[in-house]
Design a binder for this molecule. Structure first.
Ligand code: G6P
Length: 606
């Protein structure tokens, strides 16, 4: 949500910044802008445009934006619609100070009224613009000092970056919204996310809440809001630059779907004990010190949590519930020191998930994150982290991170079960063998693409679609429906299959295809009966079924066969054709697959 890029150094700063913004497009945005300092006290040069980056790049043609210091921003509108005026950077009235901001300034209205009363003239409808006026008001040659004094007056979340035509520096501050500095020799970068830095450097410093950083060509100087020096470690990013490139693919989403067998190897790699009877996850958690588990997350991560809950309950015999973070954080949940709260997140920056964890900690619960991004806010706030090692995920619609989360949950459930003595050697050996076979099974599931492409034609003309699943695959139905909605904009609804008769059955007609997870399971017969009920009402059934199931064809209009794996691990295989179905339907409808309308990859505001 919103992207920030800044640069100071010898290169053409505008080019570096626009390149960085392009690499952050996946975060979701609806306008963009760039400001360059030509140096020697000359006025700052700003170009900003509503719409996609192409509009900004078009507007930049013919502008001479020479300079070695620049800021760039992609804005996801909160206060004020996407327009040229509301796009960032915001300039001071004298044109010498520029500010970009991610987050929400909650007390902007009284601040704006007070500033207006003292003669400031506002040019946008944004909450962010108060920041430029506050800093301008306090600026007397010390930009970091003026920023600190402005920040003492605001409430809310921010990643804030400023520059002044008199100063050869970029000043940045953080509260809640992420910022990471890339270190170079005689040059430095700043961004809201690591992929913008990958082509240039692997040495990074993550800013923490309350930090104010001054970046010059010579280096970086970080203080707290009172001006006291703080020391932040330099970390080395182990993602390779190609991982964040399309690598010949038309879309990141398809590349990431195809990467899933490799991702599984990364998630599982090195985690099985040599005897194959347990897993090593490097957790401080004592599995016998907890009585129940609460899993919390948003979006796709919450569906991974649903699968995880079934795994943990089944293998570790721990009562486990799942609740979306935006609800959990505002309830009055019952939790204590024997409650394990598991936060699931790709980015580790989803504000609701972070706040739910903070609430759990206030109540004394133990916390663990199932997480992809190292160095993210969530990684620093929990007692234990289980990294899923999916690598950078750029497509807004999450695919490989979901796959990695499911595999990580299987490992966690085994560890908890082993630690609690609820799993026999035989059962563990069976699960470990099942997990080891998954990369190959997922590889085979990817071969459904041609079949799925044909079915996508039907989906593209559907009025709506129904996704049904049972047991551990209820989550697969939810994830399949979410993927379809997110990127093709075809309405889809997911239901536990047994609930169909209690409402959604009224929707069934030929223009509403029913996608049913009907792979081998202990409830297979019930599933078949439900499919009959759909077909008796002229419904069109697209079944995802296990290879070798010859019966299913007589209960479904279309069948997508996937490899047969153990039921508890089947969501990892079953989700693949549903990811492909969403992708192919979106393609058939000409949608923007990697940047679907209104969505953001990482939702950092409420
Ligand atoms: C947004 C994204 C989803 C993602 C969700 C949670 O809604 O568009 O793809 O599943 O946030 O994000 P997280 O980074 O916490 O997994």
């Amino acid at each position: 949500m919103c992207g920030i890029v800044a640069y100071v150094g010898e290169r053409s700063a505008a080019e570096v910044v626009v390149d960085g913004l392009r690499r952050l497009e996946y975060r979701g945005y609806d306008s963009s802008g760039v400001v360059v300092s030509p140096g020697a006290g000359a006025d700052l040069r700003v170009v900003k445009r509503a719409g996609k980056l192409a509009a900004l790049e078009g507007a930049l043609v013919g502008h001479v934006l020479d300079g070695h210091l620049a800021l760039g921003h992609t804005r996801w509108a909160t206060h004020g619609r996407p327009s040229d005026a509301n796009a960032h950077p915001h300039l001071s009235e004298d044109g010498r100070l520029a500010v970009i901001h991610n987050g929400i300034i909650e007390n902007y209205l009284p601040l704006r009224e007070a500033l207006t009363a003292s003669g400031h003239v506002f040019e946008s409808e944004t909450d962010s613009e108060v920041l430029v006026h506050l800093i301008e008001h306090d600026f007397a040659g010390d930009l970091a000092g003026a920023m600190r004094s402005a920040l003492r007056q605001v409430l809310g979340a921010y990643a804030l970056v400023a520059m002044h035509s008199d100063r050869d520096e970029v000043v940045a501050a953080r509260a809640t919204s992420p910022l990471v500095i890339g270190l170079g020799d005689g040059e430095q970068w700043l961004a809201s996310d690591v992929p913008a830095l990958l082509p240039y450097t692997r040495r990074v410093v993550y800013l923490l809440d309350g930090d104010v950083a001054v970046m010059t060509r010579a280096g970086v100087h970080i203080t707290d809001l009172d001006g006291a020096i703080v020391d932040r470690p330099v970390e080395i990013i182990d993602w390779d630059a190609e991982a964040a490139e399309k690598g010949g693919y038309e879309h990141f989403m398809l590349k990431e779907i195809d990467e899933q067998p490799t991702v599984l190897q990364q998630t599982l790699g090195g985690r099985f004990r040599p005897d194959g009877l347990d897993v090593d996850l490097d957790l401080a958690l004592d599995p016998t010190a907890i009585d129940r588990v609460v899993i919390t997350a948003a979006g796709t991560a919450s569906y991974a949590g649903m699968v995880g809950a079934t795994m943990i309950e089944s293998l570790a015999r721990l009562s486990t519930t799942v609740e979306v973070a935006s609800e959990l954080r505002y309830r009055d949940p019952v939790m204590d020191a024997r409650t394990l709260v598991i936060a699931v997140s790709q980015s580790g920056e989803t504000i609701d998930t972070l706040e739910a964890v903070r609430e759990a900690k206030r109540r004394g619960a133990r916390t663990l994150a199932v997480l992809n991004v190292k160095g993210s806010s969530l990684s620093r706030e929990v007692d234990d982290v289980l990294f899923v090692h999916a690598g950078p995920e750029i497509g807004v619609a999450s695919t490989k991170a979901y796959m990695a989360m499911l595999a990580a949950f299987a490992l966690l459930a085994i560890r908890l079960g082993r630690g609690r003595g609820t799993l026999s050697d035989e059962r563990v050996a069976e699960l470990v063998a099942g997990l080891r076979g998954l990369p190959h099974a997922v590889e085979e599931a990817l071969a459904t693409r041609d079949r799925v492409r044909v079915l996508a034609e039907r989906m593209a003309s559907a009025r709506s679609a129904l996704f049904l699943g049972r047991g551990v695959n209820v989550a697969t139905a939810f994830e399949g429906a979410l993927k379809l909605k997110e990127i093709s904009y075809v309405h889809a609804e997911a239901y536990p299959m047994g609930e169909m008769k209690h409402g959604p059955i009224a929707l069934i007609e030929p223009s509403v295809p029913v996608v049913a997870i009907a792979t081998a399971s202990a409830r297979y017969d019930k599933t078949v009966a439900n499919l009959q009920e759909v077909r008796a009402r002229d419904g069109i059934v697209i079944a995802v079924a296990s290879e070798g199931d010859e019966v299913i064809a007589s209960h479904a209009d279309e069948v997508i066969y996937v490899p047969r794996v153990m039921e508890l691990l089947s969501p990892l295989v079953n989700v693949v054709p549903l990811q492909l179905l969403a992708y192919e339907t979106a393609l058939a409808l000409g949608r923007d697959v990697d940047q679907p309308r209104n969505l953001a990859k990482s939702v950092t505001v409420e």
